[in-house]
Design a protein around this ligand. Sequence first.
Ligand SMILES: C[S@@+](CC[C@H](N)C(=O)[O-])C[C@H]1O[C@@H](n2cnc3c(N)ncnc32)[C@H](O)[C@@H]1O
Length: 243
Amino acid sequence: MTRTKITQTLKEDGLPGLIRRVHAGLVFRYHEIYNSRFDKAHAIDTRTSVALETLDFEHRHKSHAIDYEPTPIKLVEALLKPSHVRARSTTFLDLGCGKGRVLLKAAELGFDQLVGVEFASEIADTARQNLEQVFKSSTGVSWTVVSQDAATYSPPRSDLVIFLYNPFTHPVMEGVVNWIEAHIDRGYRVEVIYYNSQCRSLFDDCNRLKAVPFPWLAKLQLRFLSWHAAAKYVSVAGPGDDV
Ligand SMILES: C[S@@+](CC[C@H](N)C(=O)[O-])C[C@H]1O[C@@H](n2cnc3c(N)ncnc32)[C@H](O)[C@@H]1O
């Protein structure tokens, strides 16, 4: 920040405004370092955002979709590390997976069954290339990226950890919450990690899910390294579940 800019910010927003700006700048740089390190290490590009209006495809839910922008790698770590459901039979699902960054990080954190759902086929193709590139020599991870609308997706018959980074708005999220409910009623455990939780009320109102807090370290990281709120939910027992 130049001296003139500092003086101007102090004049307009006072000291708290200046502190906020400096903090935002430092956080941005911090994330840039780790995001580019991640892409370089894997020789891929997950950093470049994509505006969906630049892609030539029609979809009834396109107007409810949020553009591709990846979750900062350090926040993926903070959000996923304390995940409750981590059994072998658990599938990690990123709804609106973009270029696959979160799926790749989930594998590094120990998930071995990954599914990405991405309705923009051009972006889904990039995710597939990225995952192929990273997993070409690794045998332990099973993964798939489907080009599909998350609202009408049928999940695999397994426990799920579902990740969402503000991928779409209410009409699509309603469809997602409906199939999550049905999945829990079939007896599967589900955990939802929702970053930038704009449709949070849909999850709060779902009686098959209960909100759980993040551990203190993740809370601290979210507080100081993020501009967005996050929420986490775990399933409560469905009708056929004795537990
Ligand atoms: C904010 S980006 C999140 C990317 C990725 N999850 C991450 O955190 O790095 C949202 C993604 O959701 C996708 N998306 C939007 N609406 C969708 C829908 N109805 N079904 C599947 N994917 C969708 C967009 O194309 C975009 O790639």
